[in-house]
Design a protein around this ligand. Structure first.
Ligand code: DX5
Ligand code: ZN
Length: 216
């Protein structure tokens, strides 16, 4: 089965956001990945709730919102109201992850958990059945355009085994440095969703690049 493709709007031209979203509407993208950075959890600030609303206003694909923020519980409702269909919080930012996941589901969104490169998939063992999507970070979060971390392949394999062993329906998403070289290996390892930022938006023809990833 082909992977779902989630282009990251972080790499788009913010001065032409409507056009960029319309381009993604026309493409084979499955989701629009929306990266929220607070300058505290990660050393960079992207954009927040009003910009997410502006993206949602034009988007015909579900918004996959990746919260790289401390204390995400405070903002779940605001991002849901802004149009998020999937909300991923960072494992490292949640003291009561199980409660946070229930909170996301109560809002009617799909609940995601993102894990940093140093965070073991084993830490999700007792909560995997409550997670709709695990976002495996294949770079350290904070910036687009970074180099893919090779350890990700075996991490995805271990996560896939965990999901199967628990009979869970969790999707595996890969985020950071994804391109046409590493994508086939990631799919083989068990990836269901591929996020791609700079690889899509720096290419000459983003629509064709998305098609290329989709047709792997
Ligand atoms: C990194 C973000 C990623 C990023 C991916 O902190 O979470 O979603 O935008 O961009 P590329 O594909 O350029 O690594
Ligand atoms: Zn992301």
């Amino acid at each position: 089965m082909p992977a779902k493709i989630a282009p990251s709007i972080l790499a788009s031209d913010f001065a032409n956001l409507q056009k960029e979203v319309e381009m993604l509407n026309e493409s084979q993208a499955d989701y629009i990945h929306v990266d929220i950075m607070d300058g505290v959890f990660v050393p960079n600030i992207s954009f927040g709730i009003p910009v997410t609303e502006a993206i949602a206003k034009h988007a015909k694909k579900p918004l996959d919102v990746h919260l790289m923020i401390v204390d995400p519980d405070r903002y779940l409702e605001a991002f849901r109201n802004a149009g998020a269909e999937i909300i991923s919080v960072h494992y490292e930012a949640c003291t009561h992850l199980h409660r946070t996941l229930q909170g996301i589901k109560q809002l009617g969104a799909q609940a995601g958990v993102a894990i940093n490169p140093h965070t073991s998939v084993d830490l999700l063992e007792d909560v995997i059945q409550d997670i709709d999507l695990v976002c495996v970070m294949s770079v350290n979060p904070g910036f687009g355009g970074q180099k893919f971390i090779e350890n990700t392949y075996q991490k995805v394999e271990r996560l896939k085994k965990l999901i199967v062993s628990k009979g869970a329906k969790t999707q595996i998403e890969i985020d950071g440095g994804v391109n046409l070289q590493n994508a086939p290996k990631l799919i083989e390892a068990g990836a269901d969703v591929l996020v791609a930022g700079s690889f899509v938006f720096s290419s000459k023809n983003p629509i064709l690049t998305i098609e290329g990833l989709k047709n792997l």
